[in-house]
Every structure is written in C-alpha cells, then in structure tokens.
Design a protein around this ligand. Structure first.
Ligand code: P6P
Length: 339
C-alpha cells in the first residue's frame, strides 16, 4: 500500500493560501525562507564539534551575554535568508541591539520579523536541544524605515509565530492564527513534512518546568504554588507531580505542546529591577501565541502575555505558560496575593 502522501511545508502553505485565503504570497515566502534558514542552522548545530562552531564567539550581545559562535552564525543565516525576498520591511534579533533594515538594493515588504536565532545556546556545547524562535508582525502603515517603535506591538498583533527545535529530530512548529501544526525535517529529502495538525495542550498536567535553584528569590504566591506541587498526594493538590527543566525554552515548550505541562520563569527578587529573564518580543510573545492557539494559556503571573504593550525591543517579562488549568491556578494565586 502506498504511504499516505507526505504533505510538505510548501504544499501546506499553498493550501492555506488557496483554501483559507489566510495567508498571502509574501507571508508564504517569509515562512518558507525562515524554514530554509532553520534547515541550515540544523545542519550547523548537527555538526557539533566537527563544525568548528562550538564555544564562545568572544563577543557579548545586547543582553550582556557571551555570544556562542553558533548564536552569531544562526543570526547571520537568518539575516542573509530574509534580506532579498521583498517580504520584509525590517528584522530584529536577540543578537542585535537595533532593528536591521532591509538594504536599499532590495524591495521592502509589509512584514516585520523578530527572532531569537538560537535559544538555549548555553546547551550547545553539551549537546542538549536548542532552537530558533520567530514572530511575524505587520509593519505599521506608512512607515518606510521601521525602527524599534514599529516593532513595539502587542502579541495579539502577531500574524504568525513558530519555532524550530534542533533535537533528536528537527521539528518546525508553526501557527498562522488558525491552529498549531508541526513539520519534521526529512533529512534525505531536505523538506519539512507535516507530522502534526491542530496540536492541543491538555488542560491539566502532572508535570512542571522551573529552575528550582531560584526558589529563595521567588515571590510568596510563586513559592505557595510550587510548595503545593512538591507536597504531592500529602498536600492540597492530592496528587504527585513530576519536574523537568531542560534550560532550553524551545525544548521545554515543545514537550508541553506534545504532552502538556506548565513552564515557569517567574520574576525573582535576585535583581528586583529585572522583571524576569525571558524576552517579550522574541520568546514570550511567539510562544504565548503558539500555546494559546493550542488551547493553553500564557500569563506573566498577573496578566495575559499577548495583551502586554511592549516598551522596548529587548524587554523581559515573567512567563507562565502551558496547560490552561495550571496557568490559571498560579495566576489566581498571584492576583490573590496582590489583592
Ligand atoms: P536558566 C536560555 O538561555 C533561556 O533563555 C531559555 O531558553 C531557558 O528557558 C532559560 O534561559 C534557562 O534559564 O536560568 O535556568 O539557565
């Protein structure tokens, strides 16, 4: 019996364009170009020590973090892939202080692309999954040379969002605002093949993801929530819970998208001026869009992430996302404590 016809990413996007009028040719090109860049990043990541790109680049990014060689390479791959297509007005990246304009020699398009080219890069040298996260916005009407302000749009304004997770297989997860779909890279064919449609996150879960080493710095409602999970059967939750922490957001979110769970990077009082660790524009917002499209929830512990009005390109926020009933519970604890 012939195998069920494999639906490639290109075919999926053409059918989305034809059937739903949901996307236009420029957005289809944008997604295909980003997917092709993720293939190149997957190849570079997959070479590991043989590729001569492990270790530090000896430079720092706007976050004050030491850049890995693969951070810099991944950023360059995404810039180069997206400059010539005429689909973008500008790009922005975790690895660059300011937005990157489209060179004048190329036409500009209606979209803005903002990305974390290689998230979880502290894991690269120890061969743990890392990933690329991206978010697509429309360039505000009439803005010819978009700067930072043009990017500062609420997460609800996202047109598309996705990530690629470079793990035992390379999987591209994508939402265009009409459900969440996953595509696995067929390395022989060099194509992303549809392997998951309308992914749904279970509303309840027995698994939480958090870096427990920060416990002593957490706010009271955060400690209350975790202590109840740790009390398990003997405590108010009446059941035991399991914990996972990859320290690579893409890997943790992908697990939650696949089998449920709650991912938490809360505000901690280590540095009270810092509102959280993860970045709103290219980590929290795209992941929140994906998670909500899969039936989950995403808040800062106090408000819906997608409703936040960004104030700076690299701003940080607390992140609680995943199984809806758990996110709603811990958010209620924060609101009770505030009241
Ligand atoms: P910690 C990776 O650096 C990252 O930005 C996310 O991918 C990940 O969830 C988090 O930071 C890990 O932070 O403090 O546990 O190393």
């Amino acid at each position: 019996m012939s195998s069920p016809s494999k639906v490639s990413l290109s075919r999926f996007l053409i059918e989305q364009q034809r059937q739903h009028g949901h996307i236009n040719a420029d957005l289809r090109l944008l997604i295909e170009v980003v997917a092709r860049a993720c293939k190149r990043i997957s190849i570079a990541v997959g070479k590991g020590a043989l590729g001569g790109v492990l270790g530090s680049a000896g430079t720092e990014n706007v976050q004050g973090e030491t850049q890995k060689k693969l951070d810099v390479l991944s950023n360059e791959i995404l810039l180069e892939a997206n400059e010539w297509g005429g689909h973008l007005a500008a790009l922005a990246s975790e690895e660059m202080d300011d937005p990157h304009p489209i060179p004048n020699r190329y036409p500009k398009g209606e979209y803005l692309l903002v990305f974390d080219p290689l998230d979880g890069s502290s894991n690269i040298d120890v061969n743990i999954s890392v990933g690329t996260i991206f978010s697509v916005l429309r360039c505000p009407d009439g803005v010819k040379d978009p700067g930072e302000t043009a990017f500062l749009q609420r997460g609800t304004r996202q047109v598309a969002a996705g990530y690629a997770v470079y793990g035992s297989s390379t999987v591209l997860v994508l939402t265009l605002g009409d459900g969440v779909h996953s595509f696995t890279l067929d390395r022989e064919q060099g194509s992303f093949i549809l392997t998951g449609s309308n992914l749904q996150i279970p509303a309840d879960t027995g698994e939480f993801a958090i870096n427990m080493s920060n416990l002593r710095h957490w706010e009271a409602p955060m400690r209350r929530y975790i202590e109840e999970l740790l009390a398990g059967k003997t405590g108010p939750r009446g059941r035991d819970f399991n914990m996972r922490w990859v320290a690579s957001m893409v890997a943790d979110v992908h697990r939650i998208l696949t089998r449920g769970g709650i991912f938490i990077y809360p505000r901690d009082l280590k540095d009270p001026a810092k509102p959280g660790k993860l970045r709103l524009m290219y980590e929290a917002n795209p992941m929140a869009f994906i998670v909500e499209q899969a039936g989950g929830a995403a808040t800062t512990g106090r408000e819906r992430i997608l409703d936040l009005q960004p104030t700076t390109l690299h701003q940080r926020v607390p992140v609680f996302l995943g199984s809806r009933n758990e996110v709603e519970r811990v958010t209620a604890y924060h609101r009770e404590a505030d009241a």
